[in-house]
Design a protein around this ligand. Structure first.
Ligand SMILES: [Cu+2]
Length: 634
C-alpha cells in the first residue's frame, strides 16, 4: 500500500468516524428525531428542522401533506359522491380546485402572540368548482379546525358580495388538454396543406405546441382564448418559435364537444376558420412565409455554448450558519419571522421582529402583472395577472449553487391544486445569509487621530422562484443588519414572442428570422403591513427645500439656504402617490413613541422601481389591478 492510498483511506476513515459521531450526537438527545429520520450533521449544508416544541406558534405555517389530505377527505365526505378529482374533471363536474392555509385574523393572531390568548383555530381555505350544480359557480369554503376538521363555512358571499359566476374560474390542466385535442385532432387537419407548406406539418401536428394567453375575452362572461402555435422544440424555449398561426377558441360551453374556433389568424391576416384559410391557400390567395424549424442548436438554447471555465466564487459559512429554521420560523441573532407561500399570491412573511421587537405583521406578494403589445391578436391584448395561475402553484425546485448559494437551507412546500392528492415541491424555498461584498459602515481617520472602524454587510435572504410558463420571477425578501427589510423581484427565463410581420418593430425588437420579442411591462404588488412601535402609526413626509435669505453678516448678498420640510399626511388620499409621479424624498411610518431627542420613531418606505402606470385608467381591464394606480405607505 503506497502512501497516497493510505491517506485516502485515512481520510475516508476520518469522514466515517465524523459521520458516526454525528449520528451518535444526534441520537443521544431526548428529541433527537423520530426513528428512521436521517440525523442532521452541522458540517453538511444546513437543512430545516421540523417543529420540535409543540407550544411553538405555527400560525402562519403552510399546510402539511397530512393536513391537506385531512381537508380533502373531509370535503369529499361533506360534499357528497358527485365530487370528481380535478385532474379528470370536466367543466360540468364538481371538483376541489385548491386547498391552502386560511390565514388567521390579525387581531386573533396578535392576541395569541402578544397576550398569550389561545391560538386561533387552524383552518384551510378550499376553492370548489361546482360545475354540476343547477347554477354552476365557484365557492370558497373555510374548513377547520385542523388537523381534524369538523366544520365548513361558505365564505363566498361574505367575501364577494354574491355567488361567483362559473366563467370566472381558472382553466384546469384538463381543460387545456381538451382544447389541445380540439386543435390538433379536429381543427389543424383542415389546413394540412397550408401547414405542410409553411411549417413542416406532420400528422396531428406533433411538431407544434399551443401557448395560452389571457384575458379570455373582451367582456365579462366571455371564455374565449387566443392560442398561439409554436414549434415544439424539446429542451429549449419553444416560446421563441412562433409559426404565425393563432386560434381563438371559445371554450365557455360546459360540454367540450360544443367548443368552437371563432377566428383564425395566419401571418398577418384574419380568417373565419381553418377550412377557409385552406381554401384560400389552395386558390393561391395566401402569401405564405416558410418558417424554418431551427432545432435546438441556437443561441437561445440553454445548453452551454462552450466548455465550462474555472469555478465561480462561492459563499460559505466558516463556522456554520448563523440562523436556524424550525418549521416555518427563521431565527437569527437579529431577526425572527415566519415564511410561507400562498398558492396564488406567492411568497409571504409574518410576525417580523428585529432584535425581538415587531416591525411588521405581514409583508407579502399579492399579484404580478405582465402587459403586452403587438400586432398579432395574442400579443396585442395579453395581460397576465399571474396570481390567477398561482405564483406559489408554479414555484419550482431551486437548484443548489445556481438559484441559491450551495450551502443555503432548502425547504419543501406542499400544495393541493387540481388534484385529490397533495404534491410536494422539493426545495421550493431557500434561506441563506450572504456577504454583500460592501461595508455596512466604515471610516478611516487620518485627521488628528488615526483609527479605522468598519463592519461587513451580511444579509439574510428568503427566496423562491415562480416559473410562469416562459418567464421566471425570482422573489427575495432581504433582511439587513441595520433593520431594513427589502423585497426584490428579478425577472428571467425566456421572453414571450410573436410572428414578425408588418410594422412589428413598433411593438418590440426583432429577435429572430421571423420572431418579434414583444413589448411588455412587469409590475408586482406587495402588501406591507408595518407595525412600528405598536399598531397605531402615522405617515410623515419629509423633504428638503431651498429658501432665499439675506446673508446675516453681509445683507447685500443672498444665499439659498437648504432646510427640512416635515408634513403629517392625515388621510389615506394624502398618503397615496401616483406611480411614476413626484413624491416626497422621504416618507416614513411613525409610531407614537419618540426617541430621546423627541423625534418620532419610524420606519422609512422607499420604492426603488421604474415601473410606470400598468394600464390607462380608461381601459376596461384596469379595475382588475387598481393597485397599480398608486402606492401608499400604511
Ligand atoms: Cu419580461
Amino acid at each position: 500500500m503506497n502512501q497516497k492510498t493510505t491517506l485516502v483511506l485515512l481520510a475516508l476513515a476520518v469522514i466515517t468516524i465524523f459521520a458516526l459521531v454525528c449520528v451518535l450526537l444526534a441520537g443521544r438527545g431526548g428529541d433527537g428525531g423520530e426513528p428512521g429520520q436521517a440525523p442532521h450533521c452541522p458540517s453538511v449544508s444546513p437543512s430545516a428542522q421540523p417543529w420540535t416544541h409543540p407550544g411553538q406558534s405555527q400560525l402562519f405555517a403552510d399546510l402539511s401533506r397530512e393536513e391537506l389530505t385531512a381537508v380533502t377527505s373531509f370535503l369529499t365526505q361533506q360534499l357528497g359522491p358527485g365530487l370528481v378529482d380535478a385532474a379528470q374533471a370536466r367543466p360540468s363536474d364538481n371538483c376541489i380546485f385548491s386547498v391552502e392555509l386560511h390565514l388567521p385574523p390579525k387581531a386573533a393572531a396578535l392576541a395569541h402572540l402578544d397576550r398569550g390568548s389561545p391560538p386561533p383555530a387552524r383552518e384551510a381555505l378550499a376553492i370548489i368548482f361546482f360545475g354540476g350544480q343547477p347554477q354552476p359557480n365557484v365557492s370558497e369554503l373555510v374548513v377547520g379546525p385542523l388537523p381534524r376538521p369538523s366544520y365548513l363555512r361558505d365564505v363566498t358571499v361574505e367575501r364577494y358580495g354574491g355567488p361567483l359566476p362559473y366563467h370566472r374560474r381558472p382553466v384546469l390542466l384538463r381543460e387545456y388538454l381538451d382544447i389541445d385535442r380540439l386543435i390538433f385532432d379536429r381543427e389543424l387537419p383542415q389546413a394540412a396543406g397550408l401547414l405542410h407548406h409553411c411549417c413542416f406539418y406532420q400528422r396531428q401536428g406533433q411538431n407544434l405546441v399551443t401557448m395560452t394567453t389571457a384575458p379570455r375575452g373582451l367582456q365579462s362572461g366571455d371564455r374565449a382564448t387566443w392560442f398561439g402555435l409554436y414549434y415544439n422544440i424539446s429542451g429549449a424555449g419553444f416560446f421563441l418559435h412562433p409559426v404565425g398561426l393563432e386560434l381563438l377558441v371559445d371554450h365557455k360551453a360546459l360540454d367540450p364537444a360544443r367548443w368552437t374556433i371563432q377566428k383564425v389568424f395566419f401571418q398577418g391576416r384574419y380568417y373565419e376558420s381553418l377550412a377557409q384559410l385552406e381554401d384560400q391557400f389552395e386558390a393561391g390567395l395566401v402569401n405564405v412565409v416558410l418558417v424554418p424549424d431551427n432545432g435546438t442548436g441556437g443561441s437561445w438554447s440553454l445548453k452551454p455554448q462552450g466548455p465550462p471555465g474555472p469555478l465561480p466564487p462561492l459563499q460559505f459559512y466558516p463556522q456554520g450558519p448563523r440562523f436556524g429554521v424550525q418549521g416555518s420560523r427563521v431565527t437569527s441573532s437579529l431577526w425572527t419571522f415566519s415564511f410561507g407561500l400562498g398558492a396564488f399570491s406567492g411568497p409571504r412573511i409574518f410576525d417580523i421582529r428585529f432584535q425581538g421587537e415587531r416591525l411588521a405583521y405581514e409583508i407579502s406578494l399579492q399579484e404580478a402583472l405582465a402587459v403586452y403589445g403587438g400586432n398579432s391578436p395574442s400579443a396585442l391584448r395579453s395581460r397576465y395577472t399571474d396570481g390567477g395561475f398561482g405564483l406559489g402553484h408554479f414555484s419550482s425546485t431551486l437548484t443548489r449553487g445556481v438559484d441559491c448559494p450551495y450551502g443555503a437551507t432548502y425547504v419543501d412546500w406542499h400544495l393541493l391544486l387540481e388534484s385529490h392528492t397533495p404534491k410536494t415541491i422539493h426545495d421550493a424555498i431557500c434561506i441563506f445569509e450572504q456577504n454583500q461584498g460592501l461595508p455596512l459602515r466604515r471610516h478611516h481617520s487620518n485627521f488628528y487621530s488615526h483609527y479605522f472602524g468598519g463592519l461587513a454587510e451580511t444579509v439574510l435572504v428568503v427566496r423562491s422562484v415562480s416559473t410562469m410558463l416562459n418567464y421566471d420571477y425570482v422573489w427575495d425578501m432581504v433582511f439587513h443588519p441595520n433593520g431594513a427589510i427589502e423585497v426584490q423581484l428579478h425577472a428571467t427565463g425566456y421572453i414571450s414572442s410573436a410572428f414578425l410581420f408588418g410594422a412589428a418593430r413598433r411593438y418590440g425588437n426583432r429577435v429572430g428570422e421571423h420572431t418579434l420579442g414583444t413589448v411588455h411591462t412587469h409590475s408586482a404588488h406587495f402588501k406591507v403591513d408595518l407595525d412600528v412601535g405598536g399598531l397605531e402609526n402615522w405617515v410623515w413626509a419629509e423633504d428638503m427645500t431651498y429658501a432665499p435669505m439675506a446673508v446675516p453678516w453681509s445683507p447685500e448678498h443672498q444665499v439659498q439656504r437648504l432646510q427640512v420640510t416635515r408634513k403629517l399626511l392625515e388621510t389615506e388620499e394624502q398618503a397615496s402617490f401616483p406611480l411614476g409621479g413626484t413624491r416626497p424624498r422621504y416618507v416614513y411610518l411613525a409610531s407614537n413613541h419618540s426617541n430621546k431627542w423627541g423625534h418620532p420613531r419610524g420606519y422609512g418606505v422607499q420604492v426603488l422601481s421604474f415601473a410606470g402606470e400598468p394600464l390607462p385608467q380608461n381601459s376596461s381591464l384596469e379595475r382588475a389591478f387598481s393597485w397599480g394606480r398608486t402606492w401608499w405607505p400604511g
